[in-house]
Design a protein around this ligand. Structure first.
Ligand SMILES: [Zn+2]
Length: 175
């Protein structure tokens, strides 16, 4: 069990593009997956929110995300995930991120996406994601390309501190 520090906005590593995983069975890959899981569950326990984390957030520049999304029974790593199709329709939402947990950013995401990835056994898998899961996966996959939600803000007023966001009733969903 290793709960890692989460890199915060301002750390240049968060803007770097991650490399594909080539060796699914390496110790390094399984350690990364375990650390992502432990860090995500620890964050969730402490903050009450959080359903996904990406490897660069713990300083590892590999294309691995870890999702714990019980509503869709999706829990585990997604290795080398790729968006292979998306709906034309988009939705706007207030997005949050472990790397700047007090800041909400209004972004636009595809309503529905298809994602291909490898599971921890190295088997190729694909899923269709809608709603919250679609938004979550787009957020996490962006991390692997060094893109943070602040870069996807829909305008200069698309930012809110969490306590103000609660106070002024920006009622859109949040991840
Ligand atoms: Zn994030």
């Amino acid at each position: 069990m290793a709960v890692r520090d989460i890199l915060k906005l301002g750390n240049p590593i968060l803007f770097e593009k991650c490399e594909e995983v080539e060796d699914f069975n390496s110790t390094k890959t399984s350690e990364t997956i375990q650390d992502l899981k432990d860090t995500l569950l620890d964050f969730k326990k402490r903050s009450g929110f959080g359903r996904g984390i990406a490897a660069p957030q713990i300083g590892i520049l590999k294309r691995i995300i870890y999702v714990d999304y019980q509503a869709e029974k999706l829990s585990g790593p997604l290795i080398n995930p790729m968006i292979v199709r998306h709906s034309r329709e988009k939705v706007q939402l207030w997005d949050d991120c472990f790397s700047f947990p007090d800041l909400l950013v209004k972004v636009e995401r595809f309503k529905e996406i298809g994602v291909e990835f490898f599971n921890s056994s190295g088997e190729k898998t694909s899923i269709n994601a809608m709603g919250d899961l679609s938004e979550l996966l787009q957020h996490e996959i962006d991390h692997l390309d060094g893109i943070l939600s602040v870069q996807r803000a829909i305008g200069p007023k698309a930012f809110a501190l969490r306590q103000e966001w609660v106070k002024y009733g920006c009622r859109s969903k949040v991840m």
